[in-house]
Design a protein around this ligand. Structure first.
Ligand code: B1M
Length: 231
């Protein structure tokens, strides 16, 4: 047997906690195929999709984030980790998106101009679709004009914005101010999210809600759409 074969780990032979730890290592090392396999194994073992997502994938990406901050990892490594995480998310997507087909409402969402982080926003999209919302995803680096065009075209209940950088989060206010300027602000529920944001920031930019994670985004969206329909 070669050294490479000796080093290969049989993921199926690992207990759940060891497997999660191994998946987080694999995510850190950008090993997409292994992260996909680990995700499939946990699902086969009866884990819920959102549990796999939170514990194994988001948990792994949190470790990457700490080492990125501390200068231990650099952009290329973080990109490989992100790619591995997206592999796992693709396995989970149909499960997260299949739970409810009711017409809960419509959302236009994008990562704001200057910002190319999309993992968290993609999770929000998946979970919202899973809760029965129709979602128009504008992707990354979205300028105010594109948000406005999409609102005119799709007439959603909700405008969602994501930002992961302290330098790009103020752009949310640019978009909201433009809505006010055009007399369109009250036509939409505006929800914002992203790691550097908080409740206070959400209020300061004039959003209707700040959502700390994708699950909160779904709960908040349901609540606010119900309120606006009742009104
Ligand atoms: Co970037 N990056 N990055 N990065 N990156 C951070 C954000 C950073 C905190 C890392 C660090 O220093 N510790 C730091 C920002 C520091 C700051 O602003 N103060 C940083 C930096 C500095 C940068 C660059 C400037 C680095 C450089 O080039 N020197 C550069 C910027 C590029 C740009 O955008 N213009 C950059 C680049 C990158 C990569 C391209 C390498 C890659 C992105 C790949 C991709 O997204 N396709 C990347 C990554 C992966 C990260 C970290 C490691 C992970 C982000 C992530 O995906 N988290 C991140 C460190 C960290 O956050 N721990 C970091 C997992 C995700 C599930 O969580 O996105 O928070 P999150 O989403 C959550 C919630 O926030 C919420 O729900 C989600 C799910 O629960 N949520 C919403 C998010 N959006 C929402 C919208 C809603 C509702 C809820 O709307 C209604």
């Amino acid at each position: 047997m070669s050294d490479i074969e000796d080093d290969e780990i049989d993921l199926r032979a690992l207990a759940d906690d060891e497997l999660v730890e191994q998946m987080q290592d694999d995510l850190y090392d950008g090993m997409r195929d292994e992260v996909i396999e680990g995700t499939e194994i946990l699902l086969e073992r009866g884990w819920a999709a959102d549990q796999v997502l939170t514990v194994a994938l988001v948990g792994g990406m949190t470790i990457v984030g700490v080492d990125f901050r501390d200068g231990i990892l650099f952009v290329p490594e973080v990109l490989s980790a992100a790619n591995a995480m997206k592999g796992g998310m693709e396995v989970l997507r149909p499960l997260l998106s299949a739970s409810d087909s009711s017409n809960a409402g419509k959302m236009v969402i994008g990562t704001v101009k200057g910002d190319i982080h999309d993992i968290g926003k993609n999770l929000v999209v998946m979970m919202m679709e899973g809760a029965g919302f129709e979602v128009v995803d504008l992707g990354i680096n979205t300028p105010v004009e594109e948000f406005l065009e999409a609102l005119e075209e799709h007439k959603p209940n909700i405008l969602g914005m994501s930002a992961l950088l302290t330098t790009t989060m103020p752009y949310m206010k640019v978009v909201i101010d433009e809505l006010v300027e055009r007399g369109m602000r009250d036509d939409y529920i505006v929800m914002v999210g992203g790691a550097p944001l908080n409740q206070e920031f959400g209020e300061a930019v004039g959003a209707d809600a700040y959502c700390r994670d994708a699950a909160t985004a779904v709960e908040t969206a349901k609540e606010l759409v119900a309120q606006s329909r009742a009104a």
